[in-house]
Design a protein. Structure first.
Lengths: 151, 151
DNA sequence: TTGAATTATCTTAATATTAAGATTATTGCT
DNA sequence: AGCAATAATCTTAATATTAAGATAATTCAA
């Protein structure tokens, strides 16, 4: 009979596996559209949440600052995103999705959503609700405790 | 009121978030030991499952063949792993953990397990059991459906 | 208001990862 | 046996990511 530690590790393993395989569906779909997953993630963030300071993008997608610069550069080259200086704080740049970026996502998003729905179709609607509640709780607590030097 | 697609996407988001933050704990711990997460993942696989053909490592950790070669090279340089040719099939190489690799994991694993336990401590034991059951089901079905060209 | 500490972005070099295809070995068909 | 198809690993080049630290702007305390 497994103790608390074994159970926690087991949870980590099945969490990772589930995430990997659902993500595999999503990434395969994204690459079909000529973006890599990071670029898509940033674009979607800007689409749904509006213009963001680069740093906040990094916080939300867990990326180092050097990589943010690189990814935003790529998206600017593809004309899906533009940098806009912040008038209040001249250290800050906002990344903002362009018309072209919006059009791209409007085109790609419905199919992408369907791909994700297929990927998680192994759970019933009720099971999804349960999983969402548990994962939300887990994610919030893991994020909180990460900041503490406790580990 | 959210429909099935929205709910699925929401599940994907909270799954990704939870996985990212729990993983953040684990990775921070791993880097303290001078390995990167991929190297640690391979080493742990070999530790728990015994010698593996390189390709099977790639299947289990979702890695391309070029990267397997690279990672096993690194682990061989660190003398934590050795390649062993397969006598039955000369195309195949097994990767096998060394004594040194075993000693390394024996030293690192208990603390690592504790870090993971802390990371998921936001759920009660009962919630962990529920989450494990749901995630196991989700992972298996997502893996299965990935092979189909359905997406 | 100066200067120390902090913050945001960027730069560079090192490292990690993928993609494409080469090489070598095996399998199965004829 | 001989050949085509498949499979496992490796190689190379391109791409992505991190780590470390540089630069520039801001904040805040003295």
């Amino acid at each position: 009979m497994p103790n608390e530690r074994d159970e926690s590790l087991h949870l980590f393993v099945v969490l990772s596996r589930a995430c990997e395989w659902v993500t595999a569906h999503a990434h395969r779909d994204i690459r079909r559209h000529g973006l890599n997953p990071t670029e898509y993630g940033v674009l979607e963030l800007l689409y749904h949440k509006g213009p963001q300071p680069l740093q906040q993008i990094g916080e939300k997608i867990l990326m180092t600052s050097g990589n943010i610069t690189y990814v935003i550069d790529k998206l600017e080259q593809k004309q899906l995103v533009v940098r806009k200086p912040c008038p209040e704080d001249r250290r800050v740049s906002f990344a903002e999705i362009t018309e072209r970026g919006v059009a791209f996502l409007n085109d790609a998003f419905p199919a992408h959503q369907q791909v994700v729905a297929n990927a998680v179709a192994g759970l019933t609607s009720e099971e999804k609700r349960q999983a969402i509640a548990l994962l939300k709780k887990l994610g919030i607590s893991a994020k909180e405790s990460f900041k503490l030097p406790a580990d």
